[in-house]
Design a protein around this ligand. Structure first.
Ligand SMILES: Cc1ncc(COP(=O)(O)O)c(C=O)c1O
Length: 373
């Protein structure tokens, strides 16, 4: 097609997300058991919905200042002070993804490298090339997906600029061990790296507090959080960035020319969300984690997740490939995501347990059946 020539060279290599392909397949199945979705199955809390409709009805629909409405910025700043005794600069982003892109745009020179563990969230590999930078992955399978400080340090080159962390993780659900995280933060300090930390699943931590690089290296951490997963606000595109003034100022400057601001009604929603108790939802998701783990215990090899809503088991050995296993699932009306979407390997698969319990049980039954073959 002649219009193909209009497309920039560095964009041509970017495939559409493998998750989307499974979604498209799912759309062709009738009432599938869908364990592929990366969004909560509960609704936005009613107080948050009310805050947003009130905002809309009272005319808060236009642009806001680039950094976001003052009460929300002040509330975020207070949360950072309370949680970490930290006084970073903060601004409101269009989802965590907005903050992630702006952090890369602000920090990366062409040719510089972004280092992160494999398995990884899908956009970590696709975003650096947009600013001429290079994604570099470090295999974390041998450490049960935990940070591997030695391997990580060995992968650092004079071009490494950003160390990208994510806990609880998508796709593995693991929460970082604090000692490993501390060691990694020391490595980042030794090599003068920027730490960008994706904590979108922080509220959904089931076995204690999720350790953060803010505790160990606040001077070089850009913390990114969002409300999509914790408060079911994925479509409302709202999150925030916190970090050193010099970097946050540049990110906010770039926001002026790209996202302009986060949607105003969503900012009022986020303000209400920060004072909404989510214990009930977190307890329900912990119970789902426990349900899936007990259903699959002794059937598949997997690392028990500590947060988020994913498990990342090894493909049953009776299947020649993960692709064949995913296809066998689809033939039984079950949707899961092959590990290759999140990894240089294709030896595992992702189950999302953000689904009703009866669907989880039905899905696990099929997985058990398939694993016997
Ligand atoms: C690890 C991780 N980071 C970021 C995002 C995107 O967050 P947002 O919708 O707030 O842009 C996701 C969504 O799946 C995710 O899993």
């Amino acid at each position: 097609m002649p219009a193909q020539q209009f497309i920039a060279r560095h964009i041509r290599g970017i495939g559409s997300s493998g998750i989307r392909r499974v979604f498209d397949l799912g759309a062709t199945l009738k009432d599938p058991i869908n364990l592929s979705i990366g969004a909560p199955d509960f609704d936005v809390p009613s107080g948050v919905r009310r805050a947003m409709t009130d905002a809309i009805e009272s005319g808060h629909n236009g642009y806001t200042v680039t950094r976001g409405i003052t009460p929300l910025r002040e509330r975020i700043a207070r949360a950072m002070k309370d949680e970490f005794d930290w006084e970073p600069d903060v601004f409101v982003t269009s989802g965590l993804s907005g903050g992630l892109l702006l952090a890369m745009m602000a920090c990366l020179n062409p040719g510089e490298e972004v280092l992160f563990g494999d398995p990884y969230f899908v956009s970590y590999k696709q975003l650096p090339p947009l600013v001429g930078a290079v994604p570099v992955t470090v295999d974390f399978y041998d450490t049960d997906f935990q940070l591997d400080p030695e391997r990580l340090e060995a992968a650092i080159t004079p071009k490494t600029k950003i160390l990208l962390l994510c806990s609880p993780s998508n796709p593995t659900g693991i929460v970082y061990e604090a000692d490993r995280l501390r060691a990694v933060c020391e490595i980042a300090r030794k090599h003068n790296l920027v730490i960008v930390c994706d904590e979108i699943y922080d509220v959904l931590s089931y076995d204690g507090k999720n350790p953060s690089p803010v505790q160990f290296a606040p001077e070089r951490t850009i913390l990114l959080r969002g409300f999509g997963k914790s408060h079911a606000m994925t479509g409302l595109r709202i999150g925030f960035a916190a970090g050193p003034t010099e970097v946050i100022t540049e990110m906010a400057k770039l926001q002026q020319y790209t996202f302009v601001c986060a949607p105003q009604p969503s900012q009022y929603g986020a303000l209400a969300a920060m004072d909404t108790n989510m214990t009930e939802q977190v307890d329900a998701y912990r119970a789902k984690r426990d349900l899936v783990c007990s259903e699959l215990q002794g059937v598949l090899e997997f690392v028990r997740p500590g947060g988020g809503f994913y498990v990342f088991p090894k493909t049953p050995p009776s299947f020649a490939s993960t692709g064949a296993f995913i296809e066998a699932g689809i033939a039984r009306n079950l949707l899961m995501i092959p590990g290759e979407v999140f990894s240089e390997r294709n030896t595992h698969f992702r189950i999302s347990y953000a689904a009703p319990d009866e669907k989880l049980r039905a899905g696990c039954r099929i997985i058990r059946d398939l694993s016997k073959k």
